[in-house]
Design a protein around this ligand. Sequence first.
Ligand SMILES: [Ca+2]
Ligand SMILES: [Ca+2]
Length: 119
Amino acid sequence: MGQVGDLPVVGDYDGDGFSDLAVYSPRWPANDGGGYFTVIHSSTGTSHVKFLGGVGDVPVTGDYDGDGKTDFAVYRPRTSTPAAGGDYTVTSSRTGLTSVVSRPGVRPGELPMGRAGQQ
Ligand SMILES: [Ca+2]
Ligand SMILES: [Ca+2]
């Protein structure tokens, strides 16, 4: 944790009510196409790595499933047709399943705000 280019993504990933230190690394060292999250759980002090996303993705963590635990999520703008929006990839902390939600209306250079369901 703590490489050049890492982005802070603090959240309560273990659901104990305390924020967990976390970063998103846009690139996976063994594969330049992938990104990953590294979280130090406040409840145990142990670290957890979650691979998700790729080059150009922006971390947009939040509690999308409402279970009290922060969900791993990234946003990928559609650079080829920016006015068409982009795709959110979210891994539910409740089910462990990863899903992709497309959202229109994001303009070039605009970062997503709030939940995946809001515009
Ligand atoms: Ca926590
Ligand atoms: Ca959650």
